[in-house]
Design a protein around this ligand. Structure first.
Ligand SMILES: [Zn+2]
Length: 185
Protein backbone atom coordinates (compact mmCIF):
# COMPACT_ATOMS: atom_id res chain seq x y z
CA UNK A 1 0.00 0.00 0.00
CA UNK A 2 2.66 2.50 1.02
CA UNK A 3 4.62 1.89 -2.19
CA UNK A 4 1.55 2.86 -4.21
CA UNK A 5 1.34 6.18 -2.37
CA UNK A 6 4.98 6.96 -3.05
CA UNK A 7 4.46 6.47 -6.79
CA UNK A 8 4.78 9.42 -9.08
CA UNK A 9 1.43 10.99 -10.03
CA UNK A 10 2.54 10.31 -13.62
CA UNK A 11 1.36 6.72 -13.15
CA UNK A 12 -2.17 8.03 -13.42
CA UNK A 13 -1.54 8.06 -17.17
CA UNK A 14 0.88 5.13 -17.47
CA UNK A 15 1.07 1.47 -16.75
CA UNK A 16 4.08 -0.79 -16.74
CA UNK A 17 4.10 -2.66 -20.02
CA UNK A 18 2.95 -6.25 -19.62
CA UNK A 19 5.51 -7.40 -22.21
CA UNK A 20 8.54 -5.50 -20.94
CA UNK A 21 8.99 -4.08 -17.45
CA UNK A 22 11.49 -1.58 -18.80
CA UNK A 23 8.65 0.07 -20.67
CA UNK A 24 5.73 2.17 -19.55
CA UNK A 25 2.57 2.15 -21.58
CA UNK A 26 0.92 5.51 -22.11
CA UNK A 27 -2.74 4.96 -21.34
CA UNK A 28 -3.70 7.97 -23.43
CA UNK A 29 -2.13 6.95 -26.73
CA UNK A 30 -1.03 3.34 -26.19
CA UNK A 31 2.61 4.09 -26.90
CA UNK A 32 5.42 2.40 -24.99
CA UNK A 33 7.88 4.73 -23.31
CA UNK A 34 11.29 3.63 -22.08
CA UNK A 35 11.72 3.69 -18.32
CA UNK A 36 15.49 3.48 -18.73
CA UNK A 37 15.56 0.27 -16.71
CA UNK A 38 13.62 -1.98 -14.42
CA UNK A 39 12.70 -1.71 -10.73
CA UNK A 40 14.90 0.82 -8.91
CA UNK A 41 16.82 1.59 -12.06
CA UNK A 42 13.70 2.81 -13.81
CA UNK A 43 13.00 6.51 -14.04
CA UNK A 44 10.02 8.64 -14.93
CA UNK A 45 11.69 11.44 -16.91
CA UNK A 46 10.88 9.95 -20.34
CA UNK A 47 7.28 9.48 -19.26
CA UNK A 48 7.18 13.06 -18.04
CA UNK A 49 8.61 14.34 -21.34
CA UNK A 50 6.13 12.28 -23.27
CA UNK A 51 3.18 13.62 -21.34
CA UNK A 52 4.52 17.18 -21.58
CA UNK A 53 4.91 17.08 -25.38
CA UNK A 54 2.04 14.77 -26.41
CA UNK A 55 -0.59 15.42 -23.75
CA UNK A 56 -0.01 18.96 -22.45
CA UNK A 57 -3.48 19.23 -20.87
CA UNK A 58 -2.96 16.15 -18.72
CA UNK A 59 0.53 17.32 -17.93
CA UNK A 60 -0.65 20.72 -16.69
CA UNK A 61 -3.44 19.02 -14.71
CA UNK A 62 -0.78 17.01 -12.87
CA UNK A 63 1.15 20.16 -12.09
CA UNK A 64 -1.97 21.92 -10.91
CA UNK A 65 -2.50 19.16 -8.34
CA UNK A 66 1.06 19.62 -7.23
CA UNK A 67 0.57 23.40 -6.88
CA UNK A 68 -2.43 22.84 -4.65
CA UNK A 69 -0.09 21.40 -2.04
CA UNK A 70 2.57 24.05 -2.44
CA UNK A 71 1.19 27.08 -0.53
CA UNK A 72 2.17 25.41 2.77
CA UNK A 73 5.72 24.98 1.56
CA UNK A 74 5.73 28.59 0.39
CA UNK A 75 4.59 29.96 3.73
CA UNK A 76 7.20 27.85 5.52
CA UNK A 77 9.82 29.25 3.16
CA UNK A 78 8.69 32.81 3.95
CA UNK A 79 8.92 32.12 7.67
CA UNK A 80 12.54 31.15 7.12
CA UNK A 81 13.50 34.38 5.35
CA UNK A 82 14.43 37.77 6.78
CA UNK A 83 10.80 38.92 6.49
CA UNK A 84 10.07 36.66 9.48
CA UNK A 85 11.76 39.15 11.80
CA UNK A 86 9.32 41.81 10.60
CA UNK A 87 6.40 39.44 11.12
CA UNK A 88 7.79 38.57 14.56
CA UNK A 89 8.06 42.26 15.47
CA UNK A 90 4.47 42.86 14.40
CA UNK A 91 3.33 39.87 16.39
CA UNK A 92 5.11 41.12 19.51
CA UNK A 93 3.49 44.53 19.08
CA UNK A 94 0.06 43.00 18.70
CA UNK A 95 0.75 40.76 21.67
CA UNK A 96 1.80 43.59 23.95
CA UNK A 97 -1.12 45.67 22.75
CA UNK A 98 -3.47 42.84 23.60
CA UNK A 99 -1.72 42.21 26.89
CA UNK A 100 -2.34 45.83 27.86
CA UNK A 101 -6.01 45.34 27.10
CA UNK A 102 -6.28 42.25 29.29
CA UNK A 103 -8.10 42.72 32.55
CA UNK A 104 -5.98 42.34 35.63
CA UNK A 105 -6.64 39.10 37.51
CA UNK A 106 -8.08 41.14 40.41
CA UNK A 107 -10.13 43.40 38.18
CA UNK A 108 -13.82 43.40 39.21
CA UNK A 109 -14.83 42.38 35.69
CA UNK A 110 -12.31 39.53 35.66
CA UNK A 111 -13.34 38.38 39.15
CA UNK A 112 -16.95 38.16 38.03
CA UNK A 113 -15.88 35.59 35.43
CA UNK A 114 -13.56 33.75 37.85
CA UNK A 115 -16.63 33.05 39.99
CA UNK A 116 -18.74 32.08 37.01
CA UNK A 117 -16.06 29.61 35.91
CA UNK A 118 -15.77 28.18 39.43
CA UNK A 119 -19.55 27.93 39.67
CA UNK A 120 -19.68 26.18 36.30
CA UNK A 121 -17.09 23.65 37.53
CA UNK A 122 -19.20 23.01 40.65
CA UNK A 123 -22.62 22.99 38.99
CA UNK A 124 -21.70 20.91 35.95
CA UNK A 125 -19.25 18.74 37.85
CA UNK A 126 -16.44 19.71 35.49
CA UNK A 127 -12.81 18.91 36.25
CA UNK A 128 -10.61 21.84 37.30
CA UNK A 129 -8.47 21.11 34.28
CA UNK A 130 -11.19 22.69 32.15
CA UNK A 131 -9.37 26.02 32.55
CA UNK A 132 -6.50 24.50 30.59
CA UNK A 133 -8.60 22.87 27.91
CA UNK A 134 -8.06 24.08 24.36
CA UNK A 135 -11.68 24.29 23.29
CA UNK A 136 -12.86 26.09 26.40
CA UNK A 137 -9.97 28.58 26.44
CA UNK A 138 -10.47 29.27 22.73
CA UNK A 139 -14.16 29.92 23.27
CA UNK A 140 -13.43 32.37 26.08
CA UNK A 141 -10.66 34.08 24.12
CA UNK A 142 -13.15 34.80 21.36
CA UNK A 143 -16.10 35.68 23.56
CA UNK A 144 -14.14 37.68 26.15
CA UNK A 145 -10.91 38.83 24.53
CA UNK A 146 -9.91 40.85 27.59
CA UNK A 147 -10.44 38.05 30.05
CA UNK A 148 -7.65 35.67 30.91
CA UNK A 149 -8.62 32.42 32.59
CA UNK A 150 -6.88 31.99 35.94
CA UNK A 151 -4.86 28.85 36.63
CA UNK A 152 -6.45 25.89 38.37
CA UNK A 153 -4.29 26.67 41.42
CA UNK A 154 -5.78 30.16 41.56
CA UNK A 155 -9.27 28.70 41.35
CA UNK A 156 -8.65 26.11 44.08
CA UNK A 157 -6.71 28.38 46.41
CA UNK A 158 -8.48 31.71 45.94
CA UNK A 159 -11.85 31.39 44.28
CA UNK A 160 -13.17 28.14 45.77
CA UNK A 161 -12.35 29.01 49.43
CA UNK A 162 -13.84 32.46 48.91
CA UNK A 163 -16.97 30.93 47.37
CA UNK A 164 -17.15 28.50 50.29
CA UNK A 165 -16.96 31.38 52.78
CA UNK A 166 -19.63 33.33 50.95
CA UNK A 167 -21.99 30.36 50.77
CA UNK A 168 -21.26 29.45 54.39
CA UNK A 169 -22.08 33.01 55.49
CA UNK A 170 -25.24 33.04 53.40
CA UNK A 171 -26.47 29.73 54.81
CA UNK A 172 -25.62 30.87 58.32
CA UNK A 173 -27.63 34.05 57.76
CA UNK A 174 -30.54 32.09 56.28
CA UNK A 175 -30.56 29.63 59.15
CA UNK A 176 -30.38 32.30 61.80
CA UNK A 177 -33.18 34.27 60.13
CA UNK A 178 -35.20 31.05 59.97
CA UNK A 179 -34.58 30.50 63.67
CA UNK A 180 -35.54 34.09 64.25
CA UNK A 181 -38.76 33.41 62.38
CA UNK A 182 -39.49 30.33 64.49
CA UNK A 183 -38.65 32.04 67.76
CA UNK A 184 -41.15 34.76 66.85
CA UNK A 185 -43.99 32.27 66.78
ZN1 LIG B 1 0.84 9.18 -24.83
Amino acid sequence: MASVKKRSPLWEYFDISSENKKLALCLLCNVNISRGGEGKKAGTSAMKNHLKSKHPDEFSALNKDKNAVEPTTVSIAIAGTSSSSVAKKQLTMTESYERKLLWDINDTKARKYHYLVAEMIALDNEPLSIVERTGFTRLLEQALPRYKLPSRTYITQKIVPDMYDRIYEKIKRNISSAFGYFSDI
